[in-house]
Design a protein around this ligand. Structure first.
Ligand code: NAP
Length: 342
């Protein structure tokens, strides 16, 4: 009987792999990869499976990264953290705060592990990991060599980095280096954080507010399967935004430094009256329309059909075409999420 991947993906989709290898060091990772792929068999690397949708059974080995360890070095003006890729992200945020190290509080409760955080440049409540990431340590799976990429080499973008590009798919992340300045600046631009007093606020208060906001509207994957925001917030040209705002003056919109305008995908979906909309066992979350949930034993086909429907409804109403943020895994490798739901 092939092992189940249900507990290895936060959507909770019941699919199977031929093998699952849980690794705890860079050496184990390389050995597991070499072993799994030696006779041309497919293999993929997985963290906590919090941003993926398995479309089918995986016809090879799933290598689960559980490399642990947090080393903290104090400098005059900053804290340097070297963190194993398999550490849980939220636990890292908690641990740093407990030690009086601020800077990660806005990123509380983001599901997933530290090694996955640079891949999509995780961001929330006005902070992205690119602002604190000093380097990413990888193993080049083709050569077996250790490679360190500095912040610039990671080419961080909106929910994007070099690790998503085809040429870097053979880089396995084994550790992440973070630099947190001792001269801490609170970031209070989002939601209820705007009500906090910038002169007196503590990192702990921000952490508490972020946890409160997130738990009030985002489903806990331990209770209801989901992979966080299913779609990216669309970024459109200023001209397109102007036209949209003539018809929908209340549409939330956020001008970007490059002149483009970011829209809130959740708002667009909500305007199509899709909160709670169900296809099979999959549904649009009631509290946050950007999140698709596994309501009742959903299959990946249910989720794909729902995502397709949501994309069509939003596209037909606003002429804005949503793209998945979640990554899709086929039977042998990652496949295009956009092509799958289009
Ligand atoms: P929200 O407050 O309902 O706002 C909707 C969207 O508008 C957000 O996604 C955010 O874009 C944008 N936005 C809101 N205030 C903004 C501001 N002051 N400046 C610029 N953009 C602003 O969002 P939410 O769903 O509760 O999420 C809150 C934060 O957590 C967001 O940063 C969101 O990205 C993050 N989050 C991420 C995931 C994920 O799976 N990736 C899941 C849940 C929440 P941005 O997303 O670009 O920030």
């Amino acid at each position: 009987m092939n092992p189940s991947l249900k507990s290895f993906n936060t959507f909770g989709i019941q699919v199977y792999a031929k093998h699952i290898a849980v690794i705890e060091s860079a050496q184990e990772l390389l050995a597991a990869w070499t072993d799994a792929t030696s006779n041309g068999q497919p293999a993929i690397l997985l963290g906590e499976g919090s941003n993926i949708l398995f479309l089918k059974d995986f016809d090879g080995t799933v290598i689960v990264n559980r490399i642990k360890g947090i080393q903290i070095t104090e400098q005059d003006d900053s804290w340097l953290l070297h963190v194993g890729a398999g550490e849980n992200w939220h636990q890292l945020v908690e641990k740093t705060l407990l030690q009086g190290i601020a800077g990660l509080e806005n990123l509380a409760l983001i599901p997933g592990c530290v090694g996955s955080s640079p891949i999509q440049n995780i961001g929330a409540y006005g902070i992205e990991i690119k602002q604190v990431c000093q380097y990413v340590d990888c193993i080049d799976l083709n050569s077996g060599q250790a490679v360190r990429l500095d912040n610039e080499q990671c080419q961080f973008g909106y929910r994007d980095s070099i690790f998503k590009h085809a040429d870097y798919k053979h880089y396995a992340i084994v550790a992440v280096g973070l630099k947190l300045a001792k001269k801490w600046q609170p970031v209070l631009t989002y939601g209820s954080l705007t009500q906090l007093d910038p002169e007196n606020v503590t990192a702990q208060q921000i952490f508490d507010s972020v946890c409160e906001m997130r738990t009030s509207k985002l489903p806990d994957p331990k209770v209801t399967g989901n992979a966080g925001s299913f779609f990216k917030n669309p970024v459109i040209t200023a001209k397109e935004a102007q036209e949209l705002l003539i018809h929908y003056p209340h549409a939330p919109h956020y001008p970007q430094i490059d002149g483009q305008v970011k829209l809130a995908a959740g708002w667009l979906i909500d305007q199509c009256q899709l909160k709670g909309h169900q296809v099979g066992g999959a549904a649009v979350h009631q509290q946050q329309a950007l999140v698709l949930i596994n309501e009742d034993n959903a299959s990946s086909a249910d989720i794909v059909a729902l995502a397709h429907y949501v994309r069509q409804q939003v596209g037909n109403k606003f002429n804005v075409w949503l793209e998945p943020e979640v990554r899709f895994i086929g039977s042998t490798q990652e496949v295009s999420g956009l092509e799958t739901i289009a």
